[in-house]
Design a protein around this ligand. Structure first.
Ligand SMILES: *[C@@H]1O[C@H](CO)[C@@H](O)[C@H](O)[C@H]1NC(C)=O
Ligand SMILES: *[C@@H]1O[C@H](CO)[C@@H](O)[C@H](O)[C@H]1NC(C)=O
Ligand SMILES: *[C@@H]1O[C@H](CO)[C@@H](O)[C@H](O)[C@H]1NC(C)=O
Ligand SMILES: *[C@@H]1O[C@H](CO)[C@@H](O)[C@H](O)[C@H]1NC(C)=O
Ligand SMILES: *[C@@H]1O[C@H](CO)[C@@H](O)[C@H](O)[C@H]1NC(C)=O
Length: 220
């Protein structure tokens, strides 16, 4: 027993001592550090360290205020499952621009109504994304190791480069003592999620759930 155990300890001590040497394999997040898609208007991410990349898939919830679908009330906002996309995207950086739109197209084909089933490529679950009781965007990466949380406030928003897609965003820690291990997230490569252009007074107070998918790049 001891004869096996001690050499293992010696190897792990050696490995921790050499981290940073060129032959050490980088984590998927390290490989993706410089690969995040950006748009003019979103701030630089160069001071931040990438921790995870999530594929978010679910709905954007809106309420009719009598003339427009808005996201200002309780129950409005995103409601999505976050899938762990870093390994996939690190292995295939061309998928960075196509993963959310591909998922959304599959979603529409299978007509799942609440959230995307775990369609191909199958990814493990990282956590979920929702708006809390204070209408605060919350990302609970409960399945990450270690688990992380970001309770976020939106700082910047730019129009998506494709039609019928919700905006690309930059959100940072809301500093309400809920976040753990994360400082910021970018929502990029969005697909879907856009509300109809208007609603009527007869629809006032009713909700609509618009399917969407997006990549969330999480930083500390
Ligand atoms: C990054 O750091 C530089 C130098 O400290 C600072 O001027 C810049 O505003 C920072 N950028 C962001 C996006 O925080
Ligand atoms: C509904 O929301 C739209 C868009 O934010 C706004 O322009 C309009 O004034 C709102 N209507 C009411 C009745 O609050
Ligand atoms: C948003 O819509 C989904 C349906 O996609 C629903 O299950 C969820 O409860 C809604 N979120 C909130 C906060 O009401
Ligand atoms: C995150 O999810 C985990 C597991 O469901 C839960 O125990 C925890 O309370 C959640 N954290 C927040 C901040 O909602
Ligand atoms: C939270 O605090 C950090 C660090 O001071 C700051 O960069 C960030 O902008 C703050 N968040 C908000 C929403 O103001």
């Amino acid at each position: 027993m001891g004869a096996i155990f001690y050499p293992l300890l010696a190897i792990s001590a050696l490995l921790s001592g050499v981290s940073g040497l060129p032959y050490q394999k980088q984590s998927p997040a390290q490989q993706l550090q410089s690969k995040q898609p950006t748009l003019d208007g979103l701030p630089s991410n160069s001071n931040l360290t990438l921790q995870h990349v999530g594929l978010g898939a679910g709905t954007q919830n809106y309420t009719c205020n009598g003339t427009a679908w808005v996201q200002t009330g309780a129950g409005d906002g995103a409601f999505a499952t976050l899938y762990d996309a870093a390994s996939l995207l690190a292995a295939s950086t061309t998928s960075i621009s196509s993963l959310p739109s591909g998922r959304l197209a599959q979603y529409k084909r299978v007509k799942e109504c609440q959230e995307l089933a775990n369609l191909l490529p199958q990814l493990s679950i990282l956590g979920n994304h929702y708006f809390d009781a204070n209408n605060r965007a919350t990302f609970n990466l409960s399945q990450a190791n270690p688990p992380l949380v970001l309770s976020a406030a939106k700082l910047d928003s730019v129009q998506a480069p494709v039609a019928d897609a919700i905006s690309w965003l930059y959100l940072v820690d809301a500093n309400d003592s809920i976040s753990r291990g994360l400082k910021a997230v970018y929502r990029v490569e969005t697909a879907g999620g856009v509300a109809p252009s208007s609603c009527t007074s007869a629809q006032m107070g009713s909700s609509t759930f618009i399917p969407y998918a997006a990549e969330y790049w999480f930083y500390d």
